[in-house]
Design a protein around this ligand. Sequence first.
Ligand SMILES: [Zn+2]
Length: 60
Amino acid sequence: MTKLSDLGPPIVGKRHGNEPSDERDHFHKCGACGQMIDLRDLRQVIWHEKPGHEPLELDA
Ligand SMILES: [Zn+2]
């Protein structure tokens, strides 16, 4: 299983518009592997764009 830290240091994306007031708004369930993606970390977003990927091991 690929570890999150294998993908390099965190890449923090900029949100458009205001910060959501609810922490859950930062997360999105991946339609392919079912893992929750933190949309603030582009490493995770990019990983889950890849066809045939496995869930990431969130070690960082
Ligand atoms: Zn996924």
